[in-house]
Ligand binder design. Structure first.
Ligand code: NI
Ligand code: MN
Length: 228
């Protein structure tokens, strides 16, 4: 079964497969690259990597309106309940759980995390999502780390990696990450949104082609790629 992936700008993605829709880090309001309005999005499950505003984004509004399950870390799941989100599920790095058709295993991400008021939001995470016969690795906001090799050992079809630099790994480290993860294809994220994370994605794509075995998938905001 194929998976259609749409980049909504920054680290926000829509995943569609077999009539089911999932969202990752749906930051749209205030996102200069936003390719959708939060009120136009529907989702069964929202996967949320950490609590920073450029990831938490419109999660509360979308979850309340659609009744989506929010799968995130334990602390954020508890906090979302207090915001009136009914269906939440908390995990932590190393832990996997089946949610309907999607298996989600949380990974470490080397990054900070806090709620909008600055309070503790648990650790920042990434996740490995397995569904429709494919395995996707969404790194979240993170630096390069050598244990990405272990994630790659699970055989990743598609990786989502930040390339913006400054807050996360930049283009050069992302090439090393790709060689650790060894995915079939890789989508860059967390770049171009604001000046501190501006990057030339086509240059990055050339480097991926030259220095790794992965296929770079550079999307414009709103554009889609179908993983088959
Ligand atoms: Ni962050
Ligand atoms: Mn971020």
């Amino acid at each position: 079964m194929s998976i259609k992936i749409t980049w909504l700008g920054h680290s926000a993605f829509k995943l569609e497969s077999d009539g089911h829709t999932y969202l990752i880090d749906p930051f749209l309001t205030g996102n200069p690259l936003a390719a959708a309005k939060p009120e136009d999005l529907d989702a069964e499950i929202i996967f949320l990597s950490h609590a920073h505003g450029d990831h938490l984004g419109d999660t509360v509004d979308i979850a309340k309106r659609t009744g989506a399950l929010v799968v995130t870390n334990f602390e954020i799941a508890e906090w979302l309940q207090k915001q009136g989100v009914e269906k939440t599920h908390g995990q932590n790095p190393g832990g996997g759980c089946q949610h309907g058709l999607v298996h989600a295993k949380f990974t470490v991400a080397h990054h900070s995390s806090s709620f909008p008021d600055g309070s503790y939001a648990g650790v920042a995470c990434g996740f490995v999502l397995t569904f429709s016969g494919k395995r996707l690795y969404f790194a979240g906001d993170t630096s390069l780390f050598s244990d990405m090799r272990l994630i790659g050992d699970q055989v990743i079809d598609l990786a989502f990696l930040p390339i913006g630099d400054n807050f996360t790994m930049g283009p050069e480290d992302s090439l090393r990450a790709i060689n650790y993860i060894r995915p079939r294809a890789v989508i860059p994220m967390h770049y171009k949104t604001w000046p501190p994370i501006d990057q030339d994605a086509s240059e990055w794509g050339n480097a991926v082609n030259n220095e790794t075995t992965a296929q770079p998938i550079v999307l414009d905001p709103g554009a889609s790629y179908t993983l088959v």
